[in-house]
Design a protein around this ligand. Structure first.
Ligand code: PLP
Length: 377
């Protein structure tokens, strides 16, 4: 039985062209990029080539792209020092951000005198931009707005361009966690008016352990990690050369095929959604739909059913990998912070199905058939 992978919002399979390139680098180009000899110059050139590719795709200057170990690190880098570096007195974020943003903000609130405010969302996970405006209009000192591009659990998109415009109007800095959008949707830091943006290679068919932080030239920060002068003193530590090259190659591949992939992923999601609606009449879906939603994420709220606590496990046994929409703390399943924020009905079990351009219509059909079978059993 070949397994079906529908957990692409967690991580994606590495592309063969990326794996091949990384293998060659690991085998042949092992010089330390900080060394001045030929081995070192070669790996330095690989990194700078990757930086150029990323900068071109997100419309940044090469000096504004920094390679990190993950988007978690990139978000920590931006959020932890911004209070002291840029005199930020207030941060406006949202309850549905990823934990690496929320927990960093909790840390900031605990260790500085900066006030952190969390915007609510509606039952689809959407922001009220008038509330953001209202909140910004009451701010007196320097402010940071930290809002994600698209939600990783329910797929709802924020209007990041509008957020950028609102920030610009109120002279606020804008940090955008673009992890679920980068490689799938156009992410142009100029159009967004973003000062800071994060991305992660393993979400777009690159390797794990490789991320980027975009830091605008007019809003530079001090480093999170101290040590050597790597990444122009922004991120100490010997570079993950193969990971950096893999990130850039994967991002380039996604950018080249973006429209075709988006069409395919959208049709897979619609096919899956339609099959579930036919087979399970009371099924419901969390989050926004259509253009307000990331095409690759479908959060399904199943009608109460005796075996629903075991659904993810039973799907796993049936050969389908998916994620549950709950957080499991001390053995008790609870709705995640995102489901809580949208007022999800906790009697319904939520499962996140997420697609990539490497999935096929026949996989989707097979997965839907197995899901329906399990729900009806
Ligand atoms: N932000 C969002 C929206 C994510 O979905 C994720 C990963 O799931 C992260 C940040 C963290 O990314 P990384 O795995 O690179 O630390």
């Amino acid at each position: 039985m070949s397994r079906i992978y529908l957990d692409n919002a967690s991580t994606t399979p590495v592309l063969p062209i990326v794996a091949d390139q990384m293998y060659t680098i690991l085998q042949e180009h092992y010089g330390n990029p900080s060394s001045i000899h030929a081995h070192g110059r070669k790996t330095r050139a690989i990194i700078e080539e990757a930086r150029k590719k990323v900068a071109r795709i997100i419309n940044a200057s090469v000096g504004e792209v920094f390679f990190t170990s993950s988007a978690t690190e990139a978000n920590n880098l931006v959020l932890k020092n911004i209070v002291s570096d840029r005199g930020i007195r207030r941060i406006i974020s949202c309850r549905t951000e990823h934990h690496c943003v929320l927990h960093s903000l909790e840390y900031v609130a605990r260790t500085t005198n900066c006030v952190v405010e969390y915007l609510d969302v509606d039952d689809k996970g959407r922001l009220d931009y008038a509330v953001l405006e209202q909140s910004l209009s009451t701010c007196t000192g320097p402010v940071l707005v930290s809002l994600m591009f698209g939600n990783n659990e329910i797929g709802t998109l924020h209007d990041a361009e509008l957020i950028g415009q609102i920030c610009h109007k109120h002279k606020a800095l804008f940090h955008c966690d673009a992890v679920q959008a980068l490689g799938k949707l156009p992410v142009d830091v100029q159009k967004l008016g973003a000062h800071y943006l994060s991305g992660s290679a393993h979400k777009f068919h690159g390797p794990k352990g490789s991320g980027i932080a975009f830091i605008s030239g007019d809003a530079m920060l001090s480093p999170l990690l101290h040590g050597g002068a790597q990444e122009r003193n922004m991120r100490a530590g010997t570079e993950n050369v193969a990971g950096i090259a893999g990130l850039a190659t994967a991002l380039e591949w996604c950018a080249e095929h973006r429209e075709e992939h988006q069409r395919l992923i959208h049709s897979l999601k619609q096919q899956f959604r339609g099959l579930l609606q036919e087979g399970i009449p009371q099924v419901a879906f969390n989050g926004a739909d259509g253009p307000e939603s990331l095409a690759h994420i479908l959060s399904v709220a199943f009608p109460p059913h005796p075996g629903d606590e075991l659904l993810v496990m039973n799907l796993d046994i049936a050969g389908i990998s998916v994620s549950s929409g709950s957080a499991c703390s001390s053995g008790i399943e609870e709705d995640s912070h995102v489901l809580t924020a949208i007022g999800h009905d906790s009697a319904r079990k939520t499962i996140r199905f997420s697609f990539s351009a490497l999935n096929t219509a026949s996989e989707v059909e097979e997965a839907a058939r197995k899901v329906i079978q399990l729900i009806k059993s």
